[in-house]
Design a protein around this ligand. Structure first.
Ligand code: FES
Ligand SMILES: [Fe+2]
Length: 372
């Protein structure tokens, strides 16, 4: 290849990267997102995470409060995670500026002399509200350059239905844009092809399904129903209690799929949250809780990991195809949930832009039919 052609290709590639960086990454700001597991911030340890392309440093103060700061010193951009935490403040490793961990307010600039007039307390490191739920540190991501609203909603919590229960967490990364991560998560038609397992189902068990959906605030619900009877775990549950098994599945913006299964006094509750790390990377945080005695945590984790790995491998392969910007299509009824997701997202952004109430894309209950 001639040098001129090579140079041209290089310039084109750079220009493409530039456009990509400037394009709107399609994130939903002003929501809570799980950043790290609570167990990652112990003692004076600083942990890092990236949410919606914002680098964060997280830790815990000496009075056990979790905090999240932008991992960038307002002085000259040094990641604060290279610094140290004294229990109250984070000290930057470069020039020793110290910031109150919870408010981000600068409390000391060691280089200042008594002559200096600089108002130290007017300097802030970016900071984000934090809350701990279900073993995660959640961070409220308000859009860069905007002020935090007066009141922010409570961080989401996994519904549980008895005092005693088992709980476990799994996570996996997907090399995908958040939208593909989410529509992959709630896609009803990939099951028989992606999740073939001896303990779950084979592709031959494919059959016609009819499910009722209803609108809920910021999302939609697959109404309470009896789950597919060709899955062994459901059959077992029914045998145990002698009562019908019911399940309800919700999707709620920005990123959560919640599932509740009940049979008599036994229950199982799970949440998968897909969080954008960068525009080309997201992470599934999966938490499940249950009071079903015959389901030990290690067994459940084995099955759960298999499921997640199957989804992850599929998304890795899909990412290969999506690199070339193909035209995509969403079909009825199997892709209707994906269409609702895009409509919910668009309508939410529109209502924020105009300050008018959000229009829900579903006028009322809807029955969808597909084979899976
Ligand atoms: S860069 Fe942090 S104190 Fe200078
Ligand atoms: Fe899946």
């Amino acid at each position: 290849m001639s040098e001129a052609v090579q140079a041209m290709l290089q310039t084109n590639a750079e220009a493409a990267r530039e456009t990509e960086r400037d394009a709107d990454p399609g994130f939903l700001w002003d929501f809570w997102y799980p950043a790290v597991r609570s167990t990652e911030i112990t003692g004076r340890k600083l942990a890092t995470a990236m949410l919606l392309e914002v680098p964060l440093v997280l830790g815990r103060t000496s009075d056990a409060r979790a905090f999240a700061l932008r991992d960038s010193c307002p002085h000259r951009g040094m990641p604060l995670s290279y610094g140290r935490l004294d229990g109250q403040a984070v000290e930057c490793c470069y020039h020793g500026w110290r910031f109150d961990a919870c408010s981000g307010r600068c409390v000391e600039i060691p280089s200042l002399t008594s002559q200096d007039k600089l108002k130290v307390e007017r300097i802030f490191a970016g900071h984000y509200p934090c809350a701990e739920r279900d073993g995660y540190v959640w961070v409220y991501m308000n859009e860069p350059g905007t002020r935090l609203p007066e009141t922010i909603p409570a961080a989401p919590a996994l519904p549980v239905f008895s005092g005693k229960y088992k709980i476990t967490h799994l996570a996996c990364e997907l090399p995908s844009h958040i939208d593909h991560g989410i529509i992959g998560l709630m896609d009803p038609a990939h099951g028989p092809f992606v999740h073939q397992s001896w303990f779950w189902r084979s592709r031959h068990s494919i059959h016609e399904k009819e499910k009722q959906f209803e609108p809920i605030p910021n999302g939609f619900r697959m109404s309470k129903h009896s789950p597919s009877t060709n899955s062994a775990p459901y059959q077992l549950l029914k045998k145990m209690t002698g009562e019908p098994v019911t399940t309800t599945i919700d999707f709620v913006l920005p990123n959560q799929r919640l599932e509740e299964i009940h049979s008599g006094k036994l229950w199982f509750s799970s949440r998968a949250a897909v969080t954008p790390v960068r525009r080309d990377l997201c992470r599934i945080d999966f938490v499940a809780a249950w009071n079903v005695v015959f389901l030990p945590v290690p067994i459940f984790r084995m099955f759960g990991k298999t499921f997640l790995r199957q989804d992850q491998e599929t998304m890795i392969r899909q990412a290969e195809g999506l690199k070339h910007n193909p035209q995509l299509m969403l079909i009825d009824d199997a892709d209707r949930p994906a269409k609702w997701y895009f409509a919910l997202k668009a309508n939410l952004l529109e209502s924020r832009r105009t300050g008018t109430p959000m229009v829900h894309p579903m006028a009322g209950p809807v029955t969808l039919r597909w084979r899976s």
